[in-house]
Design a protein around this ligand. Structure first.
Ligand SMILES: [Cu+2]
Length: 108
């Protein structure tokens, strides 16, 4: 029974979707978050909503995994859930994207 389930899971190991909260302010953040995620091999569609701060990605789980995607976003300087993004990368973000230091006008 368990072996059969595992085989089924392996045979159909294709697309998986993940949703995590990623900090950010604006459309420029969105581009960087999406670009970072899509730089991971196996990632198909990635998107981020600046109002809800929710990031969603679809990926081939035989090639990519959610940890690799989260790490790519952290490396770009963006906080993911309770993990802090890379400080050096964050320092290089344009002023409008400094989400830790300023709250965007249209944000809550
Ligand atoms: Cu921004």
């Amino acid at each position: 029974m368990h072996v059969a389930l595992l085989l089924t899971a392996l045979l159909f190991a294709t697309n998986q979707t993940m949703t995590v909260k990623v900090s950010g302010n604006c459309n420029s953040c969105k581009k960087k978050i999406v670009r970072a995620a899509e730089s991971v091999r196996g990632v198909g569609d990635a998107s981020w909503d600046k109002n809800t701060k929710l990031f969603t990605a679809t990926f081939d789980n035989s090639v990519a995994d959610s940890t690799a995607i989260v790490n790519a976003i952290l490396a770009a300087g963006y906080d993911v859930e309770n993990q802090k993004g890379n400080d050096a990368a964050y320092a290089k973000l344009p002023n409008c994207c400094q989400y830790r230091d300023r709250t965007h006008e249209d944000g809550k």
